[in-house]
Write a protein that binds this ligand. Structure first.
Ligand SMILES: [Zn+2]
Length: 288
């Protein structure tokens, strides 16, 4: 089916307490692995492309491939701009046919974050595109850093969250509650009380970034409280690298083995995504 809009998959998730996985891609192998896993699990899926990954993939080619994959897929697919950093990037994404946008103004001061997000939301809504924004700052570096940790001083402030949602009219809010991009230093500790407070005062779908490395039980708990979208990348890049390391040990990686090795990487990414969808869907996701 053609690409669908973020709200069409998040609203049922929000109402019925499950989450939709948002998986980042940097090439078509990852795309195919994620779509195959989602079809196997009969689950809707969000395909993320992060602005930090733009230098690693040709956006025109990737978005064309994603649209084609969505058309062929038996499940709804959302094409989401992850961590868009400027007005220009968001405009580019809309022109390329993205059906969902995240604007990340988390490095700006509060008033400037509100001001810029408001403008982005106005433009996107006029084009029929939902917007996710971030308040507070998720730890680590998006797509880049090796180990991330979160700073409690930058956790999402509950009072600000009410004001922010009201002023900007965003469709979904990414929260900072101890979650972090990249691999976690030690066990992640999520602030569930804060999450519950934010959920109660905002009453819109909440997003958890840094989904890799959070124990399944904590993910389930976060979903039960109000997380409806979970971003996931490091778990896939991790298994890809581990697979390559294993293959070097076993075969020495000869030039003639490239197709088989890339196939193994793809299959292992698919397995990781299948597991995550099981956890995120919480046994409640609509089956397609
Ligand atoms: Zn993120």
């Amino acid at each position: 089916m053609p690409l669908v809009n973020l709200n069409s998959v998040l609203e049922p998730a929000f109402k019925n307490q499950y989450a939709i996985g948002a998986f980042n891609v940097i090439n078509s192998d990852m795309l195919q692995a994620i779509i195959a896993a989602s079809e196997k699990k009969k689950s809707p899926v969000i395909i993320n492309i992060a602005e930090v990954h733009f230098p690693f993939c040709d956006l025109e080619i990737m978005t064309t491939a994603i649209k084609k994959a969505a058309e062929k897929a038996a499940i709804p697919v959302v094409l989401h701009l992850d961590h868009g950093l400027s007005f220009d990037t968001v405009v580019r994404a809309i022109n390329l046919g993205f059906t969902s946008v995240m604007f990340d103004g988390s490095t700006l001061d509060y008033d400037e974050n509100v001001k810029q997000t408001k403008e982005i939301v106005k433009m996107c809504h006029a084009a029929g595109i939902p917007v996710e924004a971030e308040l507070g700052a998720v730890g680590g570096e998006e797509g880049g850093g090796l180990f991330g940790s979160s700073n409690p001083a930058l956790y999402t402030n509950t009072n600000q969250a009410v004001d922010y949602v009201k002023q900007t009219n965003v469709d979904a809010l990414a929260v900072a509650i101890g979650n972090s991009h990249g691999k976690y230093k030690g066990e992640p500790k999520l602030d569930f009380d804060r999450l519950e407070e934010i959920k109660n005062v905002t009453n819109i779908p909440l997003v958890l970034h840094g989904g890799s490395g959070i124990p399944d039980s904590d993910i389930r708990k976060a979903i039960a409280i109000g997380i409806s979208k979970i971003n996931f990348y490091t778990g896939m890049s991790g298994v890809a690298i581990e697979t390559l390391k294993e293959e070097v040990k076993i075969t020495g990686l000869n030039y003639n083995e490239l197709p088989e090795i890339l196939q193994k990487v793809k299959n292992n990414i698919q397995k990781v995504v299948e597991h995550q969808i099981d956890v995120f869907s919480n046994g409640k996701s609509v089956k397609y």
